[in-house]
Design a protein around this ligand. Structure first.
Ligand code: ZN
Length: 76
């Protein structure tokens, strides 16, 4: 897997004097993801905001395909 996210996080920390967590990763695969926020309205007309996540198949910075860390289980 490429090092883009690590390099960009490091650059952001140095340039903007930030500390801690910069880019989110999905825990199992180590892939980055995008967060989308949308509104829903229930049957009583009350609005609520929800988040959904889409896991990246490719690095959003250089386009390299993410390899799966989870090995496929062979079929018996
Ligand atoms: Zn990359």
């Amino acid at each position: 897997m490429c090092k883009c996210a690590d390099q960009i996080s490091q650059g952001m920390k140095e340039t903007h004097n930030l500390d801690g967590h910069i880019i989110d990763y999905e825990l199992l695969s180590g892939k980055s993801f995008s967060t989308f926020r949308y509104k829903t309205v229930n049957s009583k007309g009350k609005e609520s905001t929800k988040d959904t996540f889409i896991l990246h198949s490719f690095c959003p910075f250089c386009g390299e395909k993410y390899e799966s860390k989870i090995e496929e289980i062979p079929h018996a």
